[in-house]
Design a protein around this ligand. Structure first.
Ligand code: SDX
Length: 374
């Protein structure tokens, strides 16, 4: 029998059947349960989109009202859950705090918890954990969630103590919608692999957070702003890019395994950024980003390398006053819905992941006693 073909990064290798989302990487098309993400970002809310992804169809009015109520009832943290956050080093990265606190969260609930209960805890509390860690690391008290605010507005309130304006809440809500799901990316695959062992869903989500944190995946949004700082003025973008390509640097926020055109989420995020800037004014980083994109269109476009979701999200968040190291945790706050949708699907037709390897080592070696080794 011939050796199976090895594909580094499992490129083009299907690892599951899934009905959750669909990407056409040549036509910049992303659909959640058949609905274009642009329509959802414009018309829907994070709560409604979450139900769509988790349950497979848009909710009725009554289903949405009950889901909204359930999320509100599950947002708050117990004292000891906040105490865990207080014990973590304040200088540590909030993604590490999120991964640790989500794993610990599972210890507070019964081992055989009903799956929907776990989903409610995880979707509702991930947001509270991100906001609470940010406050306690600065020596402030964590704020209890408010019952009168939606998911996105409530996050902003728990983070800053201020209720966001309606346009800011809307932009945040749209950002959460845009990040909620994206087929078989690395963190979703991690969630499926851990879920396939029948580990508890808190371990599943904590593993996915770890996978998302890397700079090749969700961590890129934070690094985009570092890169734009390094470039400095927009007039320097083209020369910086030429040098980066010559020295084989990765351009953060560019390139994608599936998209060979501009990521449709980047296009919507850019529109949202422009919308925010009518209130706040255009930051210098955005001018630099535009010049970088223009230069990249010529220099990287022919290789199918264009801006991805992480290119504009950080610019939007920082213009709302959100610190850089919270960009990836905000991605996780939203993607928890996609991970849980995949976990649910995996559990319905589960078989433990156990792929093959191509063995490249030595075989049948003798054991040489220590004193005889050279
Ligand atoms: C996310 O998968 C998902 O769906 C992820 C995501 C989601 O919603 O879950 O969309 C979120 O993770 C977005 C991606 C964020 N990461 C970055 O922005 C980091 C920079 N981009 C990359 O390193 C890269 O493009 C990846 C990781 C996104 C994709 O990696 P691949 O598919 O393994 O591609 P590759 O690294 O093998 O690159 C292929 C070629 C190489 O050139 P050659 O060796 O063939 O000459 O394209 C070049 C690469 O050098 N290339 C880049 C580049 N991206 C690809 N060159 C410079 N800068 C880049 N950003």
């Amino acid at each position: 029998m011939s050796e199976p073909e090895f594909r580094p990064g499992l490129a083009d290798v299907p690892v599951a059947e899934s009905a959750i989302s669909f990407i056409d990487g040549k036509r910049a098309r992303l659909e959640y349960r058949g609905i274009a993400v642009e329509a959802l970002a414009r018309e829907s809310t994070f709560e409604e989109t979450s139900w769509l992804l988790l349950k497979g169809a848009l909710p009725t009015q009554r289903e949405l009202a009950l889901f909204d109520r359930d999320l509100k009832q599950n947002r708050s943290l117990k004292y000891r859950q906040i105490d865990i956050l207080k014990c973590l080093p304040p200088s540590g990265h909030p993604m590490e705090a999120l991964q640790a606190s989500l794993a610990a969260l599972g210890m507070f609930f019964p081992a055989k918890e009903d799956a929907w209960e776990s989903i409610l805890h995880l979707v509702a509390k991930t947001t509270t954990l991100v906001a609470a860690f940010h406050r306690v690391r600065h020596g402030e008290e964590a704020l209890a969630p408010r019952e009168d605010l939606g998911h996105a507005a409530n996050f902003f309130y728990m983070l800053t103590g201020k209720e966001p304006s309606a346009p800011v809440a809307r932009v945040l809500d749209a950002c959460l919608i845009l990040h909620a799901e994206h087929t078989m990316n690395a963190s979703t695959f991690a969630a499926r692999v851990v879920g396939s062992t029948q580990a508890n869903p808190y371990s599943v989500i904590s593993a996915a957070v770890g996978a998302l944190s890397g700079p090749l995946h969700g961590g890129a949004n934070e690094e985009v702003l570092e890169m734009l700082d390094e470039i400095g003025d927009h007039s320097k973008a083209k020369a910086w890019l030429e040098d980066a390509i010559a020295t084989k640097k990765k351009i953060m926020g560019f390139g994608h395994r599936v998209y060979k055109v501009k990521d449709p989420r980047a296009t919507v995020l850019q529109e949202l950024a422009e919308h925010v800037f009518t209130e706040t004014g255009r930051p210098a980083a955005y001018e630099t980003a535009l010049s970088l994109e223009a230069a990249a269109n010529t220099l990287l476009g022919p290789k199918g390398i264009y801006p991805n979701v992480d290119f504009f999200s950080g610019i939007v968040y920082s213009s709302l006053g959100i610190p850089r190291d919270l960009f990836t945790p905000m991605f996780a706050m939203s993607r928890v819905v996609g991970w849980l949708s995949h976990w649910t699907e995996q559990m319905r037709h589960n078989r433990i992941f156990r792929p093959e390897q191509v063995f490249t080592g030595q075989r049948d070696q003798p054991f040489i006693p220590l004193e005889q080794r050279p």
